[in-house]
Write a protein that binds this ligand. Structure first.
Ligand code: SAH
Length: 462
């Protein structure tokens, strides 16, 4: 009997003193499990038979549920998802951080649990994921008759297989219409899909970004520098979808999918879109990071601003600042904002965003936080009153944690997308800081991902 949820969306059961982590099961299910790993204290596996289904289960609303690597929690009602996410935060903070904690408020849920993403990235592939049932239908006379090309998302657990999508519910239309039309146009015109094993083929990826301002950006990544084919596809897309406000393409002939070292080429429009949070405007370029759930980002940043307790007199450091969005969002309540971010393009965007929003009190610096945040740096830009930190999933570098302890800012606001590494860092900060507020936020309904904001105060200031 599955009794609980564990990290990374897995569930767990306890048997003879051993913890068993199980994929694709929910608390309340009774399952037979095939073990893939079997250690002394724990094991890991997946269900081969469901003896009983949990009464919590609901019918997933998406036809691609189960094989698509996207929304793995659709079989749970939203209020249950929120409950498990909240419990994950509490468990991590209690078991890993082991620090004194305030009461933890309920997770802030999303008003919209579908069509909430402003960005989706599709993959075109010659390796279509086919279920055994589909295969049986496609088999005739011992041969398999099927279209091997697919446009969609990676199948759950496969880096090379792609689920052919018909309708995805994560982003509002015309996202599905564009993907399906591009796929159909390619097939009708003998334009190849990318073969990830042999590294040949034309259509590779497509990123669709739709801002709440109505601006729509599409960047098509192609694996061959074939201008004629690019031109015909771009023309077709513009004719079919006049709502695309800016259309780009990127030529990627490398073995990996990353476009960070490549230059997207603007085919039509201004090459970026503008998103709005409150009255602040943010320019989003094809390669820059922006929170993917705009409405929840506004809530996340509002909580961050409240936790910073700003009154206009403070010097605020925004570490792991990306395109400066948090810093800019809190700027009118701060004396000065100092942003630090690793990626140069993001810092360029941050500077431009500061100008667009007419900020005169913000500065942004490029580099690794552990190289930039030296004693000299803090001396030069002012003693921090508030430090906002928003690291990637790996959490903060230990050196940075040590520096934060040295700097002893009265308030630290720690925004995290991984409560486990956040908890580890809070344990280190415990030397000087007390956790005063904790607020989880759900940015990604139907997935197991959690965002959590923590306010820390210097002990002797309490
Ligand atoms: N606060 C921003 C971005 C958060 S994502 C927002 O809300 O939009 C985390 C950011 O940390 C990314 O932009 C990433 O490029 C940056 N980053 C990762 N490692 C870093 C490091 N060692 N030093 C500085 N920035 C880093």
């Amino acid at each position: 009997m599955v009794t609980d949820y564990a990290a990374e969306g897995k569930s767990l059961a306890r048997l003879d003193g051993k913890v068993i982590f199980i994929e694709k099961a929910v608390p309340g299910d009774v399952v037979d499990v095939k073990l893939m790993k079997n250690k002394k204290d724990w094991a890991e596996g997946f269900p081969i038979a469901y003896k009983e289904y949990s009464k919590d289960r609901v019918q997933p609303f998406c036809q691609h549920f189960g094989i698509c690597g996207g929304c793995i929690w659709q079989m749970l009602p939203y209020h249950k998802q929120l409950q498990y996410k909240h419990q994950q935060v509490v468990d991590n903070l209690q078991r890993i951080a082991k620090v004194d904690l305030p009461a933890i408020d309920d997770i802030v849920g999303a008003g919209e649990t579908e069509y909430y993403r402003n960005k989706l990235e599709y993959t075109f592939s010659t390796k279509r994921y086919v279920t055994n049932e589909q295969l049986a239908v496609l088999k005739k006379d011992g041969n398999v008759y099927m279209d091997v090309a697919a446009a969609g998302f990676h199948a759950r657990g496969f880096f090379d297989k792609v689920v052919e999508l018909e309708t995805c519910h994560l982003q509002k239309e015309p996202t599905n219409k564009i993907r399906n039309a591009v796929s159909a146009y390619a097939k009708a015109n003998d334009i190849s899909f990318y073969d990830i094993r042999n590294h040949v083929g034309f259509l590779r990826n497509m990123m669709v970004r739709y801002a709440t301002t109505g601006e729509l950006m599409v960047n098509v990544v192609v694996g061959e520098n074939n201008i004629k084919t690019i031109e015909s596809l771009m023309q077709y897309m513009l004719q079919q979808f006049p709502e695309i406000t800016t259309l780009l393409y990127t030529i990627n002939t490398k073995f990996n999918d990353s476009i960070f070292d490549l230059e997207p080429i603007v085919y039509n429009g201004k090459g970026y879109i503008t998103e709005k949070l409150e009255d602040y405007q943010f320019k989003i370029s094809p390669k820059s990071f922006f929170q993917t759930n705009t409405k929840q980002a506004e809530k996340l940043y509002t909580i961050t601003r409240e936790f910073a307790e700003l009154d206009g007199t403070q010097t605020v450091y925004d570490l792991y600042g990306g395109t400066g969005s948090i810093g800019i969002f809190v700027s009118n309540k701060a004396k000065k904002i100092i942003g630090v971010e690793l990626i140069k393009e993001a810092v360029d965007d941050a500077k431009e965003n500061a100008t667009i929003n007419q900020l005169s009190n913000a500065e942004f610096f490029v580099g690794d936080v552990i190289d930039i945040c030296t004693d000299d740096f803090f001396e030069q830009h002012g003693k921090p009153d508030v430090i906002i930190t928003d690291p990637p999933r790996a959490g903060m570098h230990e050196k940075l944690v040590k520096k934060l302890l040295d700097m002893a800012a009265p308030i630290i606001v720690y925004v995290s997308c991984n409560p486990a590494t956040q908890a580890r860092d809070l344990a280190l900060l415990d030397e000087k800081y007390i956790v005063t507020k904790v607020q989880p936020v759900d940015m990604f309904p139907h997935t197991h991902h959690i965002e959590n904001v923590v306010q820390l105060k210097l002990r002797n200031k309490e």
